[in-house]
Design a protein around this ligand. Structure first.
Ligand code: ADP
Length: 401
C-alpha cells in the first residue's frame, strides 16, 4: 500500500510518499509547495529518479495536491504509473472533540475538529479548511486523520483527570489529552529496536518548535506534559506553557486587554520569545553565550521545566532504561541536553560530553557506566502516520480509537 503523508501549513503543503509493501518502508517521493495562493509558489519534488523545482501559480491546497499527484506520475522523475496507486492521504491531526486515534475524515470528523478550534487555534482551523477543500476536489481519495492525542489514551485516569467538576471532564472532554503522539510513538518503537527489547521504561523528550515529555512503559504512554491543549506543559518557543489560570482576571483588569488579546499573547508572544525576545533556541543560545542575561534566563527556565517533568517521570516509572532526545532542539542542542542531565549521578544518569557534542545523528550519548542509557533519535512522525493510515484502511473501519 502506498500512503501519501501530508504536512499542512496555512500556505504550504509538504508530503512524503511511503511504500508500505516494501519491508524497508521506503519514502518513494518527497516534495513541498509553499506560498500557496501567490503567483510565485515554489514547487519541488524529489524521487530516486530525479528532482524538479519550479516557480508557478498555485491557487489553493487542492491545486497543490493535484500538482503533487502529477509529479508522482511524471514521465521523468515519477514513481507511480497512475495517481490511483495512492491509497490515502494521511494527516498528523492535532485535536478533535470526543475523537482520537485514527479516523477517516468525513463531515462529522471535521465538525469535531472545529469544535476544538479554540483549544488548538494554530492547528485545527487550517487543517479543517484544507481537508474540506480536498474532500470536494478528490472525493474518491480517502483522507485519514491520525490524532496526536491517540498515543496517550493509555495514560491512567489519575493522570488524565484535572481536579475539576466531573461533568466538565466527562461531558466537555476537559482532560489531559497530551500531544506529539506520533513523535513519542515513533520513539517508543525505535528505542525498542535499538535496545533489542520491548519491556522498557523510557522518558521521551520531544523538544522542538513545541515541546513535551512523555513517560513510556512497555511501549505505552503513562504520563505526558501537555494537557487539554498543546499550549500547556513546557514553555514553548512562543507559547507560555503551564500558567496559573488565576493570574488571568488580574491580568485583564490591570492591562485593560481583552481575553482574546491576552490569550494571543500567551500563545504567540510568550515562551522563550516572551522572556528574551528570541524564539529560536539557536539565537537564544548565541545571545546567552554573548552575555545576554534575559537569554540566559530563557535557557534556564526551559531547562528547569524539562527537569521538572523528567524528575516526575523517573519517579512514575521507578527509574528508566532510557532517556531519548528528539525534535529540532532535542536532536541538535548539546547545551540543552547537557544542562538537562547535569548532576544526576544519584539517578544513574551519566552523559558523555564527547558523544553529546557530536557524532552520527542517531546515537547513544551516555557513558558505558551510565545505568540509564541516553540517546538522540531523530523522530519520524510521517512514518507513524503512514503506518496508522494503512492499519485503518486494512481494518475496513471508519475509525480506530
Ligand atoms: P517543529 O516543532 O516546528 O516541527 P522542529 O522540531 O524542527 O520544529 O524544531 C525547530 C526548533 O529547533 C527551532 O525553533 C530551533 O529552536 C531548534 N533548533 C534547530 N536546530 C538547532 C540547533 N542546532 N541548536 C539549537 N536549537 C535548534
Amino acid at each position: 500500500m502506498k500512503v501519501l503523508v501530508a504536512n499542512l501549513g496555512s500556505t504550504s503543503f509538504k508530503y512524503r510518499l511511503f511504500n508500505l509493501d516494501d519491508p524497508a518502508e521506503p519514502v518513494l517521493a518527497r516534495g513541498a509547495i509553499d506560498r500557496i495562493g501567490s503567483p510565485l509558489s515554489r514547487v519541488s519534488c524529489k524521487t530516486d529518479r530525479g528532482e524538479v523545482e519550479a516557480t508557478r501559480q498555485v491557487a489553493d491546497h487542492g491545486d497543490a495536491v493535484q500538482i503533487c499527484l502529477d509529479q508522482l506520475v511524471d514521465p521523468e522523475i515519477g514513481v507511480l504509473k497512475d495517481p490511483s496507486e495512492v491509497s490515502a492521504i494521511g494527516f498528523k491531526a492535532v485535536h478533535a472533540r470526543n475523537l482520537t486515534g485514527v479516523q477517516l475524515v468525513d463531515e462529522s470528523v471535521l465538525q469535531a475538529m472545529e469544535a476544538f478550534n479554540d483549544v488548538a487555534p494554530a492547528h485545527n482551523p487550517p487543517y479543517v479548511k484544507v481537508m474540506r477543500e480536498l474532500r470536494k476536489r478528490f472525493p474518491k481519495l480517502p483522507l485519514v486523520a491520525a490524532y496526536e492525542t491517540g498515543f496517550h489514551r493509555t495514560i491512567p485516569e489519575a493522570h488524565q483527570r484535572y481536579a475539576i467538576p466531573e461533568e466538565w471532564s466527562t461531558t466537555l472532554g476537559i482532560r489531559r489529552w497530551g500531544f506529539h503522539g506520533a513523535s513519542h510513538r515513533y520513539i517508543s518503537w525505535r528505542i525498542a529496536e535499538l535496545l533489542g527489547r520491548k519491556d522498557l521504561k523510557v522518558v521521551s523528550c520531544h523538544l522542538g518548535g513545541s515541546s513535551s515529555l512523555t513517560a513510556i512503559r512497555d511501549g505505552a504512554s503513562i504520563a505526558t506534559s501537555m494537557g487539554m491543549s498543546p499550549q500547556s506543559g513546557l514553555p514553548q518557543n512562543n507559547r507560555a506553557g503551564d500558567f496559573d489560570l488565576f493570574a488571568l482576571p488580574y491580568l485583564l483588569r490591570e492591562t485593560g486587554k481583552s481575553l482574546d488579546d491576552v490569550l494571543f499573547e500567551l500563545a504567540e508572544r510568550s515562551g522563550l520569545l516572551g522572556i528574551c525576545g528570541k524564539n529560536d533556541v539557536r539565537d537564544v543560545e548565541a545571545a546567552a553565550a554573548a552575555g545576554d542575561v534575559s537569554a540566559q534566563l530563557a535557557v534556564d527556565v526551559f531547562v528547569a521545566s524539562i527537569r521538572h517533568y523528567l524528575g516526575a517521570y523517573l519517579l512514575e516509572l521507578n527509574g528508566a532504561d532510557a532517556i531519548v532526545f528528539t525534535g529540532g532542539i532535542g536532536e541538535n542542542s548539546s547545551l540543552i541536553r547537557s544542562k538537562t542531565l547535569a548532576d544526576l549521578d544519584w539517578f544513574g544518569i551519566d552523559l558523555d560530553p564527547d558523544l553529546n557534542a557530536g557524532g552520527p545523528h542517531e546515537r547513544r550519548i551516555s557513558t558505558e557506566k551510565s545505568r540509564v542509557q541516553v540517546w538522540i533519535v531523530p523522530t519520524n512522525e510521517e512514518l507513524v502516520v503512514a503506518r496508522q493510515s494503512q492499519a485503518l484502511l486494512k481494518s475496513g473501519r471508519s475509525g480506530i480509537a
